[in-house]
Design a protein around this ligand. Structure first.
Ligand SMILES: NC(=O)c1ccc[n+]([C@@H]2O[C@H](COP(=O)([O-])OP(=O)(O)OC[C@H]3O[C@@H](n4cnc5c(N)ncnc54)[C@H](O)[C@@H]3O)[C@@H](O)[C@H]2O)c1
Ligand SMILES: [Zn+2]
Length: 530
């Protein structure tokens, strides 16, 4: 359950960097903060000494300050490419705007604020600070004066004047909680509701709900994978009973809905109760549908625990179940009262499920967020929670304008016309995310062939998907099988397949028709040659 600390995971937690003048306590506070967050700690100055094989005063004496600053810049870049660390930065490290930019992009920078007299007292004894050799007091004052503006410009600050580093670490932790969370508003379909995104939010779920006028009685619905991980604490905080159902899309049925009704009746749920969905998109869709229909509708809240549910399924108010004849054939619009996405739950999500979510997150970038596309393409942008936030914003902006899919909401189906064919033809052996990935490549190729998309877009898309560990070709199926399955897609309009085609990163357009020969040729092109 420990968070991944390597930079290789698609979903890396952000870095936390502590910065401040000499004597502000970055190392002591950083160590404590790292313990509390259960993250690895790194002291930049210590690492530079290790790399150089000599203490910092000697680096200054032998090689000069520029050599030291160069090492600092290289280390900043390297650390920004990794993730999940608590870093104590050297007192001058983030004075260079480029170093600051990379560190801020890789996570949160917290400035330790300390009055001059305290800094003077704390640095009096130290003899390991080359910039404070000689008359320490005069040197420090000059240094503070020189860096005054830069130091003042860091927005996230903690009072570090006290002598107990544990208290300062506590304050930093409290600040991190507020920094790490964002609240977005879904306006449509009404009633409007908040989507709160952050880490460790489940720990304060009771307050988040009561702040919004949501009070007991609650009942929690979860699945057999998620319940053992998170239900106990959520049920305890909400003083709620738990209804656990078996995990998996195969259980997204009317039979399970009947089980939910039975359990709700047994628990004695009344109309003023609130149902809490705790799980991925399957749990959200089913719990929301049960809430929409039980006693003609009760309130519900959604606590999504998969990346796909966070960036996609939890937004837009659609709830429902599958029929043997097809997916999501029965449903309703029944928006939750609030969505609370705790990104810490993604630490336990299997890699395959993370990748499924990444396909939708990337789709959002392709539809409407060129900057997110760029981050994913470069692979070294800000850490994941900001990716999630931006992808969320794309979906929210679209459903706010067109809640009932009369026009622009259809853009969210980018890649999906082909994907639905691939999923169905493979009898769901291909996961949704894998099928969407291949679908995005296929539809980008069609767009290029039609002159709708920039040349080279499909290759760029393929490169990102490959980096994310997603497939870009299908195997084992024949083109006629896939093509036939595409035709049974319920989203076709008037018997015709409708495509959404990418134009450039951050722009897509809805297209009613694509010539049949081009569809077949493209499917041939994205079929893995045996
Ligand atoms: N309502 C909408 O607008 C909308 C949009 C897109 C998708 N959906 C629906 O969403 C469903 C897919 O959602 P999904 O991909 O989240 O699938 P899911 O709910 O089946 O979750 C995937 C797997 O991960 C497990 N899991 C969930 N959270 C976990 C965690 N934190 N740690 C460990 N394991 C965890 C689940 O038990 C399951 O085995 C489909 O039914 C789809 O139709 C709905
Ligand atoms: Zn999808």
């Amino acid at each position: 359950m420990s968070p991944s600390s390597s930079g290789t995971s698609a979903l890396a937690p952000q870095n936390v960097a502590l910065f401040g003048p000499p004597g502000s306590g970055k190392s002591a506070v950083g160590k404590l903060l790292a313990q509390q967050l259960q993250r690895p700690f790194l002291d930049m100055d210590a690492r530079i000494e290790e790399l150089a094989g000599k203490p910092i005063p000697e680096i200054f004496a032998a090689d000069g300050e520029p050599a030291f600053r160069k090492m600092e810049t290289e280390l900043c870049r390297q650390l920004a490419g990794e993730s999940g660390r608590v870093i104590s930065c050297g007192g001058g490290a983030l004075v260079d705007p480029k170093n600051r930019e990379v560190m801020e992009a890789s996570g949160w920078v917290i400035f330790l604020d300390c009055p001059q007299e305290v800094l003077l007292r704390r640095t009096q004894k130290a003899d390991d600070r080359p910039l404070l050799s000689g008359d320490k007091e005069a040197q420090l004052l000059a240094l503070l004066e020189k860096r005054r503006e830069v130091y003042a410009s860091f927005p996230n600050r903690v009072d570090a004047s006290g002598d107990d580093p544990r208290r300062i670490a506590q304050e930093a932790l409290a600040l991190l909680k507020t920094l790490g969370s964002a609240t977005l508003r879904v306006e449509a379909p009404p009633p409007a509701y908040d989507v709160i995104l952050g880490t460790a939010l489940l720990q304060s779920v009771d307050t988040l709900l009561s702040d919004r006028g949501l009070n007991p009685p609650f009942v929690v619905v979860s699945d057999s994978n998620v319940a053992p991980l998170y239900a106990e604490s959520v049920c305890h905080a909400l003083d709620a009973g738990l209804v656990e159902i078996p995990a998996g899309e195969e259980h997204k049925t009317l039979d399970t809905i009947r089980t939910l009704y039975d359990r709700f009746l047994k628990i004695g749920i009344e109309r003023r109760a609130t149902v809490v969905a705790l799980g991925g998109g399957v749990i959200g869709d089913m719990t929301g549908f049960a809430a929409a229909t039980f006693m003609r509708g009760v309130r519900w809240v959604n606590l999504p625990t998969t990346l796909l549910a966070m960036v996609d399924a939890s937004i837009g108010g659609k709830v429902g179940v599958d029929l043997p004849q097809g997916k999501n054939l029965v449903g309703a619009f029944h928006p939750p009262s609030v969505v609370i996405s705790d990104s810490a739950t993604l630490d336990t999500l299997p890699e395959k499920e993370l990748r499924n979510g990444m396909a939708e997150l990337f789709k959002a970038a392709l539809i409407a967020d060129p900057l997110l596309f760029e981050w994913l393409e470069r692979g070294n942008g800000p850490a994941t929670q900001r990716w999630i936030e931006r992808a969320l914003a794309v979906k929210i902006d679209i459903v706010n304008v067109d809640p009932f899919e009369r026009d622009v909401r259809a853009k969210l189906n980018l890649g999906h016309t082909v994907a639905h064919g691939l999923e169905a033809a493979s009898e769901y052996a291909l996961s949704h995310g894998e099928a969407v990935a291949i679908g995005l490549v296929a539809e980008a190729r069609m767009a290029e062939a039609l002159g709708v998309a920039q040349k080279g877009l499909a290759v760029r898309i393929e490169a990102v998907l490959t980096r994310l560990g997603l497939p870009t070709r299908f195997q084992k199926l024949t083109v006629p099988e896939v093509r036939a399955a595409m035709s049974s897609d319920k989203k076709k309009v008037g018997g015709q397949l409708r495509f959404v085609l990418p134009v450039e990163p951050g722009l897509a357009e809805i297209r009613q028709t694509v010539p049949e020969e081009l569809i077949l040729q493209t499917l041939e092109d994205v079929k893995e040659s045996a």
